[in-house]
Each structure stands twice: as C-alpha cells, then as structure tokens.
Write a protein that binds this ligand. Structure first.
Ligand code: FDA
Ligand code: PGT
Length: 451
C-alpha cells in the first residue's frame, strides 16, 4: 500500500501527541503512528510528575478526571543523611500518563489527525538528501505501508528508532553517550498506610543508594505511590534492580509490593538537546531529541515544548512551501529559547552534582551553601547567580577540608558561558558545525577544570 501525507508523526508519546494536538485542524493531512495498541499509548516508565507551568505556557489542557491522580504543591528534597529537608514550592500534577496522552490523541483525531496504533516505522525513505517518508508495518492488518510525507516528525522516545536508521553523518543522527543518561526504574503500588502529605513530591539525594541520580517518592493519591530511582549510565554500577531491592525499605517502607500496579525501567537523557531538531524533511522531538531536564530528569514538560515548536515550524514551512533544514530551523530557535539553553547550562550543573560526595551534599544543604530558592532558580531557569556562588564560597571556606564544592564559582561561570553560547545559536544550518565545535570546546574546558 502507498499513501501520501503532509506530515507523518512517528511515536504517540508526550512529544508526538503534543505535535499532533498543535497541528490538528490546520488544514494539513497528518498521520500519527505508534507501535503500541491504543490503550497502551503513553504507558512508559515514568515518575509522572509535570509542572503546571508547561500547560499554561503552551495553552494545553490541564489533566482532569482519571488523567489527574494528585495535585502537587511542591517538592521536598532530602539530604543523604536525612537531616536536612528543603521544600521547593510549585504547582504541578501527578498524572495518569496513558490517560492524558490518549486524551490529547483523541482530541487531535477528532480534529482530523489520523492515528494508526500497532504500526511501526521500520525504515526511513531518504532521497536527494531529504527524509521523504517511511516504510511502516501495520500489525493490526498485517500489511506494509509506504508513507510519503513532506515532513516526518521523529518522536520515538529514547529508542531513537527512526533517526538512528538515517544515513550516519546527518546532524540528526547524533547518538547518546551512556554517561549522559540515567538508567531509571520505578514501581507503582498501593501503600500500607495513608500517605501523610500526598501533595508533596519527595526527592532523596543519596550517592550510595542512587549514584548520579536520586530516589523519588511521588504520591498518586492518598494510598498509591510512584517510587523509583535513577543512576548514572556508563559507570559500571550494578544493575538498577540491585539498588531498588537493596534500598526500597529506606525510601518506601510503606510500599505494599503485594499490591503492585506496574513496574519498569528506561533511560533518561540528561544532557543538552540534540544539536539540531531539524534537517531536510525531518524534525526530532522529545526524548529522542534529548529534551529532558539534565538535573531532575523530568522530560514530559520539555517534550511538550519541543512538540509545540515542531508544530509551529511545520505550519510555517507549509506557508512558505519549503521543507528544507533552512526553513524547519525555526524549531531550534523556538526550543532553545524556551528550554534548550537552560538544558545546556544544567548539563554542566549536573556533571558537577554527580561528582559531589554525600558528605559534600549533607554539608552543602545543611549550611545552605545554596539555598532552596537558588536551587529552584538553577533547576528551573538554568541560572546559578554568580553572587550566590560567591556567597557559597565564603561559607565553604570554613569547611577546613578539600571539597569539590570549592568549584561552585567556576560552575556558575561556565553555566553562564553555556547559556551565552546558546544565545548565539546559528540562524543558518551552514554554521552548525562551527557552533558545535565551540560547544564541545566549552564542555572539554569544563571537564578539565572539574578534574
Ligand atoms: P515516549 O517514550 O513517551 O514515546 C515514544 C513513543 O514512540 C512510544 O509510544 C513508542 O511506542 C513509540 N515508538 C518508538 N519507536 C517507534 C517506531 N519505530 N514506530 C512507531 N512508534 C514508535 N518526566 C517527567 O516529566 N516527570 C517524571 O516524573 C519523570 N519520571 C521518569 C521516570 C523514569 C523511570 C523514566 C525512565 C523517565 C522519567 N521521565 C519523567 C522522563 C519522561 O518519561 C520522558 O522524558 C517523556 O515521557 C518522553 O516522551 P516522548 O514522547 O519523547 O517519548
Ligand atoms: C544529579 C543528576 C540527576 C540526574 C537525574 C536523573 C534521575 C532520573 C529520574 C527521573 C525522575 C523524574 C522526576 C521528575 C521530577 C519533576 C520535577 C519538576 O517538575 O520540576 C519542576 C519543574 O521543572 P521544569 O524544568 O519542568 O519546568 C520549569 C518551569 O516550571 C517551566 O518553565 C521544578 O522543580 C525543581 O526543579 C525542583 C528541584 C529538584 C532538583 C533535584 C535535583 C537533585 C540534586 C540536588 C542536590 C543538591 C545539592 C546542593 C549542594 C550544594
């Protein structure tokens, strides 16, 4: 079978569903496919916490009814020795991700987007330097379909299963370094007792129990919890399950594993976004484009931002009638301004945090070397004020022992440099390689200073 569309979206997770939602009813012929059956789309290992701001900023509907499991008022962050508790206030939702994702897809479908479940993109159609479509396999009807489209949106999550099959060397084939990802695992289960403050997410920082990541305890109502952890990839640590089994009792003693609802693990990219979301005939969004927050790993909000930016770039491309990298490029500028520059700065902060010892973190949090609001500003905006770092240095000076915390000022400076470099993101694809080499140089300089 052969078919022509204006846009083919591969993957119906948060990123793909958002792209479809923003493209619906705009006069374009759009097809979205996902390998999963309808009732499992959106069902992937996740902590399911999303800040309310993302929905507001993008004009998207709040989760409601069965899509919303708990309204969140803030995050409580615990030091490794559990002696310090920081509360960061902020509204958000603990969602039922499949229910919310399927809602977006249904709304898009009601407004004209075609959705095919149980359909997998097997390989790209690549001609004359352009992505022109994909060869699909539809398991519902056991048939192969050749779909040609002016623009293909790769929204396949951390599998990157479409773009990894494009000719290597295209900028959109950039791969993920193991160390630039966390391996994360979570279970959702009922609790033995009612949860005290279900309106607060809990995050436990502990390099022993979750090296290069953290444990979380995210309530889904009064007696249900999403609990899990992330550890840095590529470090040769024991398996994630070893950590889960060993430390579960420490962070979730009330979890009733006899009443387990779901379990599973996946990768979380913790780096700057892919160097370009756009190339000739293709846009990359969500985890596949490394859009998650490098410090807390949350990727649903930024997957939505990338989907929104992709939809805007596509509408513009159809107005102009050109689907080359040059025209689709506006997705990069949109995404970097809204989230990408902050990610670059936070990648550096993440590299620093992952090197801290539990002693450093205990000390840093107890003495408020950085305060809650500064951490929030750092993780929400990617800004670690130099004045904050300088003040921190004065406190740390009293430490009386060597500590990586001493480097906080350098970290703040480099975070700023990273943001500045992203402000100079090229407006033309021809200048991408030069800009990329500047970024790589900055990362290398930073690594040298941290070692
Ligand atoms: P996602 O993986 O959701 O979707 C990709 C879709 O593409 C899938 O439905 C898949 O079936 C489909 N697909 C793939 N290849 C295909 C092909 N070739 N053909 C057709 N379909 C194909 N974020 C957050 O905001 N809050 C949180 O609390 C957490 N917690 C968390 C915990 C854990 C354990 C992990 C692993 C991750 C998180 N995250 C998170 C991150 C978050 O889950 C993630 O960033 C987003 O769900 C990414 O959404 P995408 O749409 O990009 O990918
Ligand atoms: C240190 C490396 C960590 C790697 C992390 C990988 C772990 C993988 C697990 C994935 C679980 C995902 C959990 C997602 C939580 C969502 C949190 C959230 O929603 O955060 C909000 C919103 O942020 P945003 O970027 O989506 O949106 C910004 C804005 O609203 C929209 O414009 C913000 O809240 C926070 O940022 C709270 C801070 C949490 C930080 C956790 C970091 C742990 C390390 C801290 C160590 C501190 C030591 C300091 C000592 C000096």
């Amino acid at each position: 079978m052969k078919n022509n569309y204006d846009v083919l979206i591969i993957g119906g997770g948060f990123a793909g569903a958002t792209t479809a939602w923003h493209l619906a009813n705009q006069g374009l012929k759009v097809l979205l496919i996902d390998s999963k059956p309808w009732n499992r789309i959106g069902d992937k290992p996740c902590g399911d916490a999303v800040s309310k701001e993302h929905f507001d900023n993008l004009g998207m509907p709040y989760p409601e009814g069965e899509q919303l499991e708990q309204k969140i008022e803030g995050i409580k962050l615990y030091s490794p020795d559990m002696k310090t508790e920081w509360t960061v206030k902020g509204e958000g939702f603990e969602i039922n991700a499949p229910a919310y994702t399927q809602r977006l897809l249904k709304e898009a479908s009601n407004r004209g987007v075609e959705v095919l479940d149980m359909t997998t993109a097997m390989k790209p159609i690549f001609e004359d330097g352009f992505v022109k479509g994909a060869i699909l396999f539809d398991r519902r009807h056991n048939q192969q379909i050749e779909v040609r489209a002016k623009v293909v949106v790769e929204a396949t999550g951390y599998s990157m299963s479409f773009r990894s099959k494009l000719p290597q060397g295209l900028p959109v084939t950039e791969s993920l370094d193991d160390k630039d990802a966390d391996i994360a695992y979570r279970e959702v289960a009922y609790t033995k007792d009612d949860i005290d403050e279900p309106q607060y997410l809990k995050i436990f920082v502990n390099q022993k129990a979750s090296p290069g990541g953290y444990w979380w305890y995210f309530p889904k109502g009064k007696n249900k919890v999403n609990i899990g952890l992330g550890i840095q990839g590529g470090m040769g640590y024991p398996s994630i399950y070893t950590f889960y089994d060993k430390y579960l009792n420490e962070f979730g003693s009330d979890v009733d594993r006899n009443r387990l609802i779901v379990k599973g693990g996946a990768l979380v990219p913790t780096r700057r976004p892919i160097s370009t979301l756009a190339w000739n005939g293709i846009l990359v969004v969500g985890d596949s484009a490394f859009t998650a927050n490098p410090v807390h790993g949350g990727g649903k909000g930024s997957a939505m931002i990338s989907g929104y930016c992709a939809a805007k770039a596509i509408l513009n491309a159809f107005e102009v009638g050109d689907f080359s990298a040059k025209t689709l490029w506006s997705a990069n500028l949109c995404y970097i301004e809204r989230y990408g520059a902050k990610q670059a700065s936070l990648e550096l902060f993440r590299r620093f945090l992952q090197k801290l010892s539990d002693d450093d973190i205990n000390y840093g949090m107890r003495k408020k070397v950085i305060k809650e609001e500064d951490l929030l500003e750092a993780s929400a905006k990617g800004d670690l004020q130099l004045s904050v770092a300088e003040k921190a240095m004065r406190i740390i000076a009293g430490l009386g022992r060597p500590s990586l915390l001493m480097k906080l000022k350098v970290v703040a400076e480099y975070m700023q440099k990273a943001k500045d470099l992203y402000r100079e993101y090229p407006s033309d694809p021809n200048n991408l390689e030069h800009w990329k080499s500047e970024v790589n140089k900055l990362l290398l300089d930073f690594e040298n200073l941290m070692n």
